[in-house]
Design a protein around this ligand. Structure first.
Ligand SMILES: [Zn+2]
Ligand SMILES: [Zn+2]
Length: 319
């Protein structure tokens, strides 16, 4: 930190304070973002001078660029205290020299050096809501919200979050199968369908925002909704040049579309089949005015297909 103070080179290494989980705050240096997050030093990539990525805006920089103002004050207080120590030692040595040079003469001198070390700038770590472990580099970090770039390896976690949510749906299905109450089991299956669509919509939106730079019109790409899967297919094809249906076979894509249409009925029509559903869902068992049927196997298949679609879409934009 200090080059040539008192004719010598000095270097101080210090450890920034961490929270109870061992995570240390970081702040994005980009003025437009200024996002706050945390990382656990010692996890993730190993080596010297690994750049830090902002999990929110993706900008990169040196690790020290990401110090928070509080940490900066802490570092400065440690540095000033260190310099103060050196100056104090120098003054004491200088005083002793004077005392020695005057000893044995008519006059003698006593030099006293006093002073208090400046207090260190102590601060409290803030709590941040979501803890993530990067699947690619194992860095442990914490962010506001859910979706983020890994601060170490820079990979985006949208696919990781999608897979986690879809795994949770499988667990809900397994639980629904154990329930003796059929009505409650059916309700859980319907909820599972809603959860799948929300998870995929969240994944799709976050992926489009994260990789909007690869789209022909980035601002439009940021607004793509995935609740209507056919609309999403058209928009992604136009803006990213990728067909999300290409991950599955034609019949499977129809199953996906039917699943999304069923979810639309559950969310907006109390599950009662209407004209619009008959036109769009290609469901041979559909009768207008009846409740739509959703089977657990259908949900399990939809989960599997969306896992494949999500993976291929992510890979196509993350090249
Ligand atoms: Zn940022
Ligand atoms: Zn990572």
């Amino acid at each position: 930190m200090f080059n040539r103070l008192n004719g010598k080179e000095h270097r101080i290494s210090l450890t920034l304070p961490a929270d109870d989980n061992g995570l240390t705050s970081r702040k994005c240096p980009d003025q437009k973002c200024n996002g706050l997050f945390k990382v656990k030093f010692g996890t993730g990539l190993k080596g010297e001078n690994i750049p830090c990525h902002c999990p929110y805006c993706g900008c990169t920089g040196d690790m020290s660029d990401f110090n928070t103002p509080e940490q900066q004050k802490y570092i400065e207080s440690v540095a000033i205290r260190y310099v103060q120590g050196i100056v104090h030692d120098e003054l004491v040595r200088w005083g002793r020299q004077i005392e020695r040079s005057m000893s044995g003469g008519f006059l003698s001198a006593k030099v006293r050096v006093s002073g208090q070390p400046i207090p260190l700038h102590i601060y409290q770590e803030k709590q941040i809501e979501t803890h993530v472990t990067c699947e690619k580099c194992t860095l442990e970090y914490a962010i506001y919200g859910v979706f983020a770039f890994c601060p170490d390896c820079g990979s985006h976690n949208s696919l990781q979050i999608l897979n986690k949510n879809l795994e949770l749906v499988q667990k809900i299905l397994a639980f629904a199968a154990t329930l003796p109450d059929q009505e409650m089991g059916q309700r859980l299956i319907e909820n599972a369908l809603e959860n799948i669509v929300s998870a995929f919509d969240g994944f799709g939106r976050a992926t489009c925002v994260a990789f909007c730079g690869k789209a022909t019109e980035p601002e439009k790409a940021k607004g793509i909704s995935f609740q209507n899967i056919i609309g999403a297919q058209t928009n992604v094809r136009t803006l990213f040049g990728h067909d999300i249906a290409s991950a599955v076979e034609e019949g499977q894509w129809e199953t996906v579309n039917r699943g999304f249409q069923k979810r639309h009925l559950i969310a907006h029509k109390m599950g009662v089949i209407d004209d619009d559903y008959v036109k769009k869902a290609k469901d041979p068992s559909a009768i207008i005015g009846r409740r739509v049927v959703i089977l657990p196997d259908e949900i399990a298949e939809l989960t599997q297909l969306l896992t494949m679609i999500g993976k291929k879409f992510y890979e196509s934009v993350n090249k």
